[in-house]
Design a protein around this ligand. Structure first.
Ligand code: ATP
Length: 877
């Protein structure tokens, strides 16, 4: 095939065996079978060895390998075998868990919608980008991601950001003209390549390659970059914790070496036993299971959000959600249904009602007979319109913008027919100028302009506007209606980019459209406010409409709205005050959103912000949690966002915040459980060595306990559902330390309590005639019992749950506890295990003792948690 960039558009269409206005459904279907879906091949996963290498490369493993070597040199075969088992099992568990977490996140990345608009059977239809085939005609708007490699057939002011392919950061202007000769990719001005971004303009392109055949598909590095939206399993918090663990591990190794030296100097233990004790101490103290458990907790949180229709694109934002203190939201489609019905028309001298419901064109404009203005309004509504309504599955549905759909339905009701009219050019709607205008030719070839937009914007284009315009607007907007003005007029130079026509249009009238709030919005607003989170409605709509809707959804202070024009007059020093005190911001532009976020962040607020337009991208990036709309949103907004709401629904923001808070709670609980557990295991050995006491639990037994409990029990907490009251407390301060002082104090005394109980039990057992092996078995099982107790106590002390609830737990928790108990029972009673671990059978009294000690510990822990909770309540009051 010749280089397609050197062919004329006509020739390119022929070569691709396409037709004007694209393929038929049947042909597209056949080509899809032949070429396969328009998807990039999955990047090659890391090999098993690479992944295993990652698991084995950590401080703990190096300590264990060294220990295993020394035990081999000492010919302690059992110890060597146990240590090796610990290494292998740890690596295996880590491998499986990490693989699962990664798969879960990748699956969610695949949910990010990729849509395209293509002509099929001559009609523009929205499609999954995966269904595109060579020969398709694709429609692109500013903000769209180019879905396949395209030869451009039509271009209106197009510039494309091709930096990902060419490295050139400045967007390139495009045209439809063929190149004189083949040129490097960066200079193919009549082409658009898959994965690049339409920064401005609109275009129609002919698909020449899809999937792996595209330019980007041939660069495997780019493929993996594009295919995996979730790039890393790490978030700032996890990275911070990782660093903490590394430092902790280093400190533990240093402590272990010092203790070893101390032990050698004291010479109370034979060297090999001392060595094993030091190994046991090191392994117990290093929280090696923690990174895996934290990663899984995070992956579970992300999955829980996906179930609530929230797709996480940037993992760090998941953490941020827990501390969000302000939610900035747009109105149309997020708070409201985006189901528009045009119900009122107000012309210069008459007021009309429009009957009918939804997008069904059945309905009347009354009273009749009509004034000629009604037909003029209908004509403008039809001509200045990119949407259409169609009957699909027995329901009338809009293809395109819902508001334009409502205008198209209204036009039908006025019975105008503009089939013979042709559009010559257009100024597309832009949130910055708030109108849309088209230049059309009537059946006689006379040029005319049809325009619609925000009333102020249209009034500025007209020769005259009604004197009582403000009153007319208020009458409609006060009922929560979206108000739009219509105008038409002649044009002399047939050129929309000139200024000649501006200020000379003829005013036709206003239309009022209802767009009711989503049924879930009101309760979602209430829930967010209860959670101590502020809501700011930042809309492009009229202040009166915005206030009316704000009132309907229960936003306090709804009547106080500030407009973009007023914001423009503010001094920099006044922004902070305005950003804090107003809740309704109307007639704003994307630049205002950016400034408002800045002002809020300056006051240490953590800001979540929703957006859908191309121009919202900077604000979405700047917000701490940028939220794009999955359905309404432009690809540019989705690319810039951290989260995507698959259903565009404000209630999903609430779910995201709830899950974010829960995720944070669970991470916190995992750490609060893990640290005292590790510390108690290590503490038993440290105290014995320092005090020259008999080891109440042997080094091998400590290794075993660590192996059995580190990941299983901690993991149970990752599955905790959101507790009651999660959304009734204020957000966490973004700069609060992860562990509070109270947490650290608790960590210390719980460790001390557990160590004391273990020693006391060991000595009590020996004193009551148990053998050393039995006493050790008792102490080991008690330690595990206490870890389980700590699990329940951590759940309880996190609040929002009764003791019965904390005990009842959930299936995963009881599965984990059951597995640990079974393992302990085997370790204590299986003859082989007894031989290896030096355990012995325990009598009923010993088991009762363990149970009693655990119950006592639970009582102490819950009493303290209760006191702590009461103190907190009093402090808050
Ligand atoms: P929100 O920002 O809450 O989604 P919005 O949809 O009203 O609200 P914009 O899309 O910025 O915000 O629209 C601002 C105003 O521009 C609208 O209130 C309306 O008057 C006008 N407008 C919106 N869409 C069009 C359009 N397709 N053609 C002409 N005018 C439009």
């Amino acid at each position: 095939m010749p280089s397609i960039e050197t062919l004329s558009t006509e020739h390119a269409i022929t070569i691709m065996d396409s037709r004007r206005q694209g393929l038929s459904h049947a042909e597209a279907h056949q080509r899809l079978q032949r070429h396969g879906p328009n998807r990039l091949p999955a990047p090659a996963p890391d090999s098993l060895w690479t992944r295993l290498g990652r698991q084995l490369n950590n401080a703990l493993v190096w300590v264990l390998v060294a220990a295993a070597l020394v035990t081999v040199l000492l010919q302690h075969w059992v110890d060597a075998a146990v240590i090796t088992t610990v290494i292998v099992v740890n690596a295996m568990i880590g491998l499986v868990q990490e693989g699962q977490a990664e798969r879960a996140l990748q699956a969610i990345a695949a949910l990010v919608p990729r849509t395209a608009q293509a002509y099929r059977d001559g009609v523009k239809v929205p499609l999954d980008a995966g269904e595109l085939v060579p020969g398709d005609w694709v429609w692109l708007d500013a903000g769209d991601l180019v879905p396949a490699d395209l030869r451009l057939l039509e271009c209106h002011g197009v510039s494309i950001d091709e930096s990902m392919l060419t490295g050139e950061s400045v967007a390139v202007g495009k045209s439809t003209e063929a190149l004189a000769q083949p040129a490097p990719l960066a200079e193919r001005y009549c082409m658009a390549y898959s994965g690049t971004h339409l920064v401005a303009g609109s275009a129609i392109g002919l698909v020449i390659a899809t999937g792996a055949d595209t330019e980007v598909g041939q660069v495997s590095q780019l493929v993996s970059q594009l295919a995996s939206q979730v790039k890393t399993l790490k978030t700032p918090l996890l990275t911070q914790l990782d660093r903490l663990f590394q430092r902790l591990s280093m400190a533990i190794v240093a402590l272990a070496l010092a203790l070893f030296a101390f032990g050698v100097w004291q010479a109370r233990l034979p060297l090999d036993q001392l060595f094993m004790a030091i190994v046991g101490l090191t392994v117990a103290a290093i929280p090696e299971g923690l990174p895996a458990v934290l990663t899984i907790t995070l992956a579970l949180g992300v999955q829980a959000m996906a179930r609530r229709r929230v797709i996480v694109r940037q993992l760090p934002s998941v953490e941020t959600l827990g501390s969000v203190s302000v939610v900035c939201t747009d109105k149309t489609g997020t708070l409201t249904q985006n189901q528009m019905t045009l119900t009122h028309l107000v012309t210069a001298d008459q007021h009309f009602q429009v009957s009918g419901s939804g997008y069904d064109p059945d309905g009347e404009v009354s009273p009749q007979p009509w004034h000629a203005d009604v037909q003029r309004a209908g004509r403008v509504a039809q001509l200045c319109n990119d949407a259409r309504v169609a009957l699909s599955g027995g329901h009338w549905q809009v293809v395109g913008d819902p508001m334009e759909g409502a205008l198209a339905v209204f036009a039908e009701k006025t019975r105008v027919n503009t089939n013979e009219w042709a559009r010559v050019s257009a100024i597309p709607f832009d949130a910055a100028h708030r109108y849309m205008a088209v230049l059309v030719a009537d059946p006689d070839g006379h040029h005319q302009i049809a325009a619609k937009g925000a009333p102020e914007a249209i009034a500025a284009l007209c020769a005259h506007a009604p004197d009582d315009l403000a009153l007319q607007i208020e009458a409609l907007a006060g009922r929560g209606m979206r108000v739009l003005a219509l105008a038409d007029g002649p044009i002399h130079d047939a050129n929309l980019s000139g200024v000649g026509w501006r200020g000379h249009l003829n005013w036709i009238g206003l239309v009022g459209l209802i767009d009711p709030p989503r049924p879930e919005t009101e309760s979602a607003v209430k829930e967010i406010l209860n959670a101590g989170v502020e809501i700011k409605m930042i809309t492009g709509d009229h202040p009166v409409t915005a206030s009316a809707i704000a009132r309907e959804i229960g936003l306090p202070d709804a009547d106080r709205a500030i407009t973009g024009t007023e914001l423009d007059t503010l001094e920099p020093a006044e922004w902070a005050d305005v950003a804090r005190h107003y809740r309704v911001f109307a007639r704003t532009s994307p630049a205002h959103k950016l400034a408002l976020i800045g002002a809020l962040q300056h006051q240490h607020q953590t800001v979540a912000m929703t957006g859908d337009g191309v121009n919202d991208a900077p604000a979405l990036k700047k917000a701490d949690a940028g939220v794009a709309m999955g359905q309404r949103g432009s690809a540019a907004a989705r690319e810039a966002a951290d989260l995507i709401l698959a259903d565009d629904n404000f209630a999903s923001v609430v779910a995201a915040i709830r899950e974010g808070r829960n995720l944070f709670d669970n991470l916190h609980k995992v750490i609060r459980w893990n640290l005292p557990t590790s510390a108690a295991e290590a503490g038993v050995i440290v105290v014995s060595l320092l005090a020259g006491l008999q080891l109440p639990i042997s080094a091998l037994q400590i290794l075993w306990v660590n192996l059995v409990t580190a990941i299983t029990l901690g993991l149970a907490l990752a599955f905790d559902p959101a507790r009651a009251g999660t959304m009734r407390r204020p957000p966490r301060a973004a700069n609060a330390p992860f562990l509070s002082r109270a947490d650290v104090v608790q960590l210390l005394w719980v460790t001390a309590l557990f160590v004391a109980l273990v020693f006391a039990s060991y000595h009590a057992a020996v004193a009551t005639g148990h053998s050393h092996a039995q006493a050790q078995t008792l102490a080991m099982n008690l330690l595990v019992g206490l870890e389980v107790i700590n699990l329940v106590a951590v759940r309880y002390s996190a609040g929002g749950i009764t003791m019965a609830g904390a005990l009842r737990g959930h299936r995963v928790m009881w599965g984990c506890i059951g597995a640990v108990c079974a393992a302990q029972w085997l370790a204590s009673s299986l003859p082989l295990a007894q031989q290896v671990l030096g355990t012995a059978d325990l009598g009923l009294v010993a088991w009762l003792w363990i149970g009693g000690a655990c119950a006592a510990a639970l009582a102490v822990l819950t009493a303290v948690a209760q006191v702590r909770a009461d103190a907190l309540t009093t402090a808050r009051a």
